[in-house]
Design a protein around this ligand. Structure first.
Ligand code: GLN
Ligand code: ZN
Length: 772
């Protein structure tokens, strides 16, 4: 039995501080490097991470350094290790029967007849995992030695690290039923079958030299999964009875971050034959004492793994002291979640304002905080008094800094009245819009962006580097807009877009133009696989110093007799895809953004734009994991959208766009957005969502996507027509729009032109049916 360290982190970014893993993996995919070369780059990256964490103060041999590397995704790693890849990948096993890198990447990305695993959001984050597919045909068997190899690799380098694996309950709770299984098949019912493989896996880790293993069980905090709290807790009870009883195993730390552990799961785990339990004390509060805790280590997650703020270190230490009152055998300090959700190092942001930088903590700074707090736990509060004071001083400095609280912005949100959230009566709106817009039945449109070509990216980079001046860049963008408008004329699309060539990203573009935001240089965070995003930092009160989109919209409109849609990103999505401030309720921040957008909409109207789209693809993503918190969230999130749009004239048609198809989960909220037209993803399910729309009695215009833009495949006229016809048959045809699933920025022009031609042809066919 080795002791648990006084401080640890639950995981660390694995993409590399300069996205080395992205580059290595993509080079391998492109055939530019062998599997061996990729493996050795990855091993170097892991070695550098261990050394870095030791330099920051974590112990080399006390298991405080997590072994949390993944080539693509931590859930996929378990599908592979447990041999649980779907049938269509089973022929990819190597000569020794195990799954290698090839199988892993094929399952992640799809090749030929091997359709990839589905990807979905990891809890309420912007990280995406690959969904396991489990059915009666799934046979579990240990099928990869990667976890043990990494432990051994660390040992050879003088480190004893703590391997991090998704735990059995979470693995199954996040899985979906395979195609072979019936729709009422419940993957969690396979717990008994998966546990023996976990037992084997633990034995292999022990044999490789692991003293501790971390099993991540965030499913135990979530009420957004298809299992009740009690079912999940019962599964955890059974799982850890079995794993705890295994003869040859490392000591077990079960980690449950992202929110409060359910009461049932907490008492089950406190009593379980495991050695340590990590809970999230940033999004959850201290539970009541529970029996069994007196023989366990409690890892108190007081350092926030999901935001980038230095925060209140003294308050964190207070929580640790309070946690000691629960009666655990030992209290250690931890992060609330893995640090995979934050960038590597504030030191890589030399261009940021120095004062702002002093308020920030990325992964490396969070590690330092854990190390300080651990020292406090061992040596007493006095020993770290200077660190606590420095953090408190930074917090006070932040609270008083110019821009953090701006009187004019606050006065405006404080004076909002109910009427500011209400548009004109819907019937009158529809009448005025019908008269003003002169649209055909089943109007065709696109979601906003046109392909972001190499030329566009090069011009943007050249402009950023100062190689071309503002006037040249502006001229380039105007040409691009006029090309896109001509193309839409040629295709005979009804409602046009300007194509969004000026936008690097649908959130960052606005963040760069709004006051209250800062943009990082190296602040990359893994979104999925080799993809990373660079969220902006929303640090102060938000306001709009000048119009942001008007000159592009106005120019595009000047080129056409048809309507050109104005194109904005909504307040919820701007918040969801940025690092937001933690010093006030999100609702307040959302209203500030809403007001800035409201002013933009007024300016667009004054410039002659009559149709304006406000995208909210992240509305569902921020939905809290706890059922009790959902109503309040939907209230403020919908409210901020309404605040942004309610100032629009009756005759102005407001559109919104939501990417996902789980329409039914938040259908009431989508209705309450009160947008005149909503476009959503529908093509992958061939329009299944249309039934939900019909059943809900959705009263507004709706454009179920008829072309799945996530694939380069060109959908035929018939295929698109079938979905559109389905919509027209199910819904009042006056409400239906014809559009793709999402923006076209990741597509090439060839498939875009062909697919849109088919879309317009399909629409004309369906229209002919209606008038006949
Ligand atoms: N208007 C955006 C675009 O077309 C919408 C993108 C999105 O929903 N993610 O690119
Ligand atoms: Zn979309």
């Amino acid at each position: 039995m080795t002791a648990f360290p006084a401080g640890t982190i639950l995981g660390y970014p694995r993409i590399g501080r300069r996205r080395e893993l992205k580059r290595a993996v993509e080079a391998h995919w492109a055939g530019k490097s062998s599997a061996d070369e990729l493996e050795s780059t990855a091993a170097e990256l892991r070695a550098a991470t261990r050394r870095r964490l030791a330099d920051l103060g974590l112990g080399r041999t006390d298991s405080s350094i997590p072994e949390s590397f993944s080539y693509y995704d931590q859930v996929l790693d378990l599908s592979v290790a447990l041999g649980a890849l779907p049938t269509r990948f089973q022929n990819l096993r190597g000569a020794d029967g195990s799954f290698g890198l090839d199988a892993l990447f094929t399952a992640a990305r799809g090749v030929g007849e091997h359709a990839p695993l589905e990807m979905t959001k990891w809890f309420d984050t912007n990280y995406h995992y690959l969904v396991p597919e489990i059915g009666p045909e799934t046979a579990f068997s240990l099928s990869s030695g990667r976890f043990a190899q990494q432990v051994a690799e660390a040992r050879a380098d003088g480190f004893t690290t703590r391997p991090v694996l998704v735990g059995p309950v979470t693995f199954l709770a996040l899985a979906k039923a395979s195609d072979e299984a019936g729709s009422d098949y419940r993957p969690l019912d396979r717990l008994e079958d998966v546990l023996p493989v976990y037992v084997e896996l633990l034995a292999s880790l022990r044999a490789a030299g692991a003293d501790w293993v971390q099993l991540d069980e965030p499913a135990l905090v979530s009420q957004s999964l298809p299992y009740a709290d009690a079912e999940l807790a019962a599964a955890a009870e059974r799982a850890y009875a079995v794993l705890g009883a295994a003869a040859d195993r490392p000591q077990i730390l079960v980690a449950a971050g992202y929110a409060q552990l359910s009461a049932q799961a907490w008492s089950v785990l406190a009593a379980a034959p495991i050695e340590a339990l990590a809970i999230d004390l940033t999004r959850g509060s201290l539970p009541a004492s529970a029996s069994g805790l007196d023989s366990k280590v409690l890892v108190a997650g007081v350092v926030d793994g999901r935001n980038i703020w230095r925060g209140d270190l003294a308050a964190a230490f207070d929580k640790l002291e309070a946690a000691r009152g629960l009666g655990a055998a030992q209290v250690s300090v931890g992060t609330s979640t893995s640090l995979q959700h934050v960038p590597h190092d504030v030191a890589d942001e030399a261009q940021l304002d120095e004062r702002l930088r002093s308020w920030l903590a990325f992964a490396d700074q969070k590690v330092e905080q854990v190390v300080v707090l651990a020292r406090g736990l061992v040596d007493g509060r006095e020993a770290i008094a200077a660190d606590l004071e420095a953090a408190t001083a930074a917090l006070a400095d932040r609270a008083a800094a110019p821009g953090v609280r701006v009187d004019a912005v606050r006065a405006r949100t404080a004076s909002l009245a109910a009427a500011d959230f209400e548009r004109g009566n819907e019937e009158e709106r529809v009448a005025e819009q019908t008269a003003a817009l002169g649209l055909p039945v089943l109007p065709t449109t696109t979601i906003g962006s046109f392909p972001q070509t190499g030329d566009i990216r090069r011009a943007r980079a050249a402009h950023a580097k100062g190689e071309i001046d503002d006037a040249a860049y502006e001229g380039f963008l105007r040409e691009e807009i006029s090309r896109v408008i001509d193309l839409q004329h040629d295709l005979d699309i009804d409602v046009l877009v300007h194509g969004e060539a000026e936008r690097n990203d649908m959130v960052q573009y606005f963040a760069e133009l709004l006051d209250g935001f800062a943009v990082t240089q190296n602040g990359w965070v893994q979104s999925y696989g080799s993809r990373a995003t660079r969220p902006s930092i929303l640090w102060g009160d938000v306001s709009r110093p000048a119009p942001m989109t008007v000159r592009w919209a106005e120019y595009a409109q000047s080129l056409s007799q048809k309507h050109v849609k104005g194109m904005l990103t909504g307040p919820v999505t701007i918040l969801a895809w940025s690092f937001v401030r933690d010093d006030q309720p999100l609702a307040e921040t959302a209203n500030q953004v809403g007001l800035a957008l409201r002013d933009e909409i007024a300016d667009l109207e004054n410039a002659g734009i009559q149709i304006i789209q406000v995208d909210e693809p992240a509305l569902r993503e921020l939905l809290p994991l706890k059922a009790d918190d959902q109503a309040a969230y939907l209230d403020w999130s919908v409210g901020s959208f309404r605040l942004a749009t309610a100032g629009a004239r009756n005759a102005t048609q407001i559109h919104t766009h939501l990417c996902y198809s789980e329409f039914s989960v938040v259908i009431d909220a989508i209705t309450a957005l009160d947008a005149d037209v909503t476009s959503i993803e529908a093509a992958r399910s061939r329009g299944d969502v249309i039934d939900d729309i019909r059943d809900s009695g959705f009263p507004h215009g709706v454009g179920p996507g008829v072309w799945d833009i996530h694939s380069p495949r060109v959908p035929s006229v018939d295929e698109q027509q079938a979905i559109l016809q389905r919509a027209v048959d199910a819904l009042p045809h006056q409400l239906v729009w014809a559009n793709p699933d999402c923006g076209l920025k990741t597509r090439g022009y060839d498939e875009t032109v062909e697919s849109l031609r088919n879309l317009v042809a399909a629409t004309k066919n369906v229209r002919a049916g209606i008038s006949a």
